[in-house]
Design a protein around this ligand. Structure first.
Ligand SMILES: Cc1ncc(COP(=O)(O)O)c(C=O)c1O
Length: 366
């Protein structure tokens, strides 16, 4: 079907390129592809299928539903669920051969009581204070190790891996990442002493995968860099994988002092001011806070956004650019870096990519 409004062009070949950049960097056995939140908006099924066909063996998602979507689509590799799965849904973990993250002894015991022989990785909170076994100082090591020893002895769960998550691996100022990693390593040592060995150990996200080569352990968990936005400076080339385009619905010529859109926040500055109404709005994930703050591109011309962004439409000032009904404008992509929009919105690429909504059709480039 012809696209009447907006679409996202997803360069699967760039995602593969970015994945391979990190693969070439690491001595870790595996690079796990983080494909939660529909692969940060890029399409979890398409991204995972492509990566699997090039040898990727591990995927991670946030929830059981996301994991089931991948299995139903034919993904054969290991799928780790970061979030919590309700007891009532546990049978799906076995049925779909999924790996469940365990964040506490009580949850492990609940899983064990189900008699379902569930595969697990443990999440150790070394300073993120989000989820996981609390290990914020050396004083906590014995208690956490005792919990894990108890879990390792449970008959109906298989302890296969252990991980932690860094709070600021992208920081150039702090050494908190070192503190977290040291604690994690001390725990791993203690577990070895207790005879708990051969766990798959992982800690590094994109920032640490690029910047902290000494913290890769058995596997790195690669998210945002795979989509083209390395969160730390690097000599490696990462290519942004998503571009968004939207179609000009119609062109208008305003009189002086006409106002544009809800709240009348923009007033035309001259007679015959040329305005294009573009078929993208906040329901597509184009943030309303960009009203009067951003621009769209056509060829090399920048067209400033004027007036408030609506649910389905955004207006831009055309001036001398050659723009016609039905033309596609670039909202972000190869000519206009998403990071400029992030700056205006005081946010990060993760959020803007995830927010590109379901109704924006994804078109895949192989
Ligand atoms: C537990 C965990 N590991 C890895 C990642 C991937 O992080 P990044 O996208 O910064 O590579 C995330 C993302 O939020 C995460 O929650």
């Amino acid at each position: 079907m012809e696209i009447d409004r907006c679409y996202a062009k997803i360069h699967l070949n760039y995602i593969l390129h970015n994945y391979q950049q990190v693969k070439s960097l690491t001595k870790a056995k595996d690079v796990l592809a983080v494909v939660k939140a529909d692969a940060y908006g890029h399409g979890a099924v398409e991204v995972s299928k492509m990566l699997e066909s090039h040898g990727c063996k591990y995927f991670a998602v946030a929830s059981l539903e996301e994991a089931v979507e991948l299995r139903d689509a034919g993904i054969k590799g290991e799928i780790l669920i970061f979030g919590r799965t309700s007891l009532i849904n546990l049978h799906y973990l076995k049925q779909y051969n999924l790996i469940q993250t365990v964040h506490s002894l009580s949850y492990a015991e609940e899983l064990n009581d189900q008699n379902a022989n569930i595969r697990i990785h443990l999440n150790i909170d070394t300073g993120m204070s989000r989820v996981g076994f609390y290990l914020h100082s050396t004083r906590d090591i014995d208690g956490v190790a005792w919990d894990i020893e108890t879990i390792a002895a449970l008959k109906n769960i298989q302890l296969e891996g252990i991980y932690t998550h860094f709070a600021d691996a992208d920081s150039s100022k702090s050494d908190f990442c070192e503190t977290q990693f040291n604690l994690f390593e001390m725990l791993l040592k203690e577990l070895e002493n207790l005879g708990i060995k051969n766990l798959i150990r992982h800690a590094s996200n994109s920032a640490a995968a690029i910047k902290h080569l000494d913290k890769h352990l058995d596997m790195v968990r690669l998210g945002i860099a795979m989509y083209g936005y390395p969160p730390v400076p690097t000599k490696l080339e990462f290519k942004p994988a998503m571009e968004v385009f939207a179609r000009v619905h119609s062109i208008h010529y305003l009189a002086s002092n006409d106002t544009v859109s809800y709240g009348r926040t923009y007033e035309s500055e001259k007679p015959e001011e040329k305005i294009a109404t573009v078929a993208i709005g906040y329901a597509d994930g184009y943030n309303r806070m960009l009203s009067n703050q951003d621009y769209f591109m056509i060829k090399d011309d920048q067209l400033p956004v004027v007036g408030r962004v609506c649910m389905d439409f955004t207006m831009v000032k055309v001036e001398d650019a050659a723009v016609h009904d039905g033309d596609f404008l670039e909202i972000f992509g190869l000519k206009k870096d998403l990071r400029g929009m992030c700056k205006s919105l005081d946010t990060i690429p993760y959020e803007l990519l995830c927010n590109i909504s379901k109704r924006v059709k994804r078109i895949y480039i192989k």
